[in-house]
Design a protein around this ligand. Structure first.
Ligand code: PHE
Length: 334
């Protein structure tokens, strides 16, 4: 019984100490072997107790050895894990930016360089900022051009159909000269296809100062396309927007080098990338800017379109599916 107490109190922290303990008690010439050999010399009356005590000692010794062994294994593992503070960390999987963000940042950067600041506004808009202030009074047929998602009627609350609404807000709160671009998400009730989606992103620009002309607009467009695409073969097609007069649509000549170029440009090599024009005097008046003193130009483009060209993405829906195999391909771009 004394021996059992000794066994239970035993402590060891190395492999060698544990092994010495095992040999001492359980080895082929160990204490237990010796004591079991004594068994036959024990009085018949005491055999039962003696035998039980021996078994207890044997069990206690075996348990001790395996417990010590287990503790030692655990601490070896722990040391391997925490021991070397200079070892490199488990690699952390890096994410990637979404192509829409990459292209948006590029556009912002190009316009920052010529003095445009970034302005933002709410995605849920009122009628005034999305339509009326932009020279689209109620019942104006041009409202149909923008298939609007209404949230409430009377007074109208809606998901903005373009970020021109941000520019109205900017004009209300700032005095010319104004040079701002408004990137953001916009919403239109359109059928979803390879070329169109009901949610997409725009960057719209506004420049107001004395003596701003259409030539300034065209020069800015040439600068932008050159910086953004490395080429600036563009054409301006006369168009109509209620908030600009005259208005134009800008096409870029992209060429037909790849299958995707062919699909995106419908086989023409040309792709419409934005709308633009000289800010209508009514829009300036609505924002309390004197149209006899100031003039300006405005433009608006879809970020998806531009990203599709740059990264050869044939279907706009790929931007919103969050397929990791698609997103991972932008890891190298920051
Ligand atoms: N707001 C127009 C649209 O969303 C784009 C545009 C902006 C056109 C500025 C002309 C001038 O389609």
């Amino acid at each position: 019984k004394e021996l059992i107490g000794e066994v239970e109190a035993f402590k060891a922290s190395s492999k060698e100490e544990i092994e010495a303990f095992r040999i001492k008690y359980l080895g082929s010439k160990g204490l237990l072997k010796e004591l079991f050999a004594e068994f036959k010399n024990v009085d018949a009356a005491m055999r039962k107790d003696f035998g039980q005590a021996l078994n207890n000692l044997k069990n206690a010794s075996e348990n001790k050895v395996s417990a010590l062994q287990q503790a030692l294994d655990n601490s070896v593992e722990e040391n391997a894990f925490y021991g070397d503070l200079t070892r490199p960390h488990e690699p952390i999987e890096l994410g990637s930016r979404h192509p829409i963000s990459i292209v948006k940042n590029q556009i912002i950067e190009v316009f920052n360089r010529i003095g445009f600041t970034v302005s933002e506004g709410p995605e849920i808009e009122d009628d005034w900022h999305n339509f009326t202030a932009l020279n689209l009074p109620e019942y104006h047929p041009a409202r149909d051009m923008q298939d609007t998602f209404f949230i409430e009627k009377n007074p109208d609350t809606l998901l903005r159909t373009h970020t021109s609404s941000v520019q109205v807000r900017y004009m209300e709160n700032n005095k010319p000269p104004i040079r701002t671009i408004s990137p953001g998400r916009v919403f239109r009730n359109e059928d979803i296809s390879a070329r169109a989606h009901c949610i997409f992103h725009q960057v719209e620009g506004l420049y107001i100062d004395t003596d701003v002309s259409f030539a300034d607009l065209k020069q800015t467009l040439l600068y932008f396309t050159k910086e953004m695409f490395g080429k600036s073969k563009i054409r301006l097609r006369p168009s109509y927007f209620p908030f600009t007069e005259p208005s134009a649509e800008v096409d870029i000549y992209w060429g037909l080098e790849t299958e995707t170029d062919y699909r995106i440009t419908k086989g023409t090599g040309w792709l419409e990338i934005m709308g633009c024009g000289m800010v209508d005097p009514n829009v300036l008046k609505n924002a309390n800017i004197d149209p006899t003193k100031y003039s300006g130009y405005a433009f608006g483009m879809g970020i998806e379109r531009i990203a599709m060209l740059l990264y050869q993405i044939p279907d706009i829906r790929m931007f919103y599916e969050n397929d990791v195999r698609f997103l991972e391909q932008f890891k190298s771009v920051l």
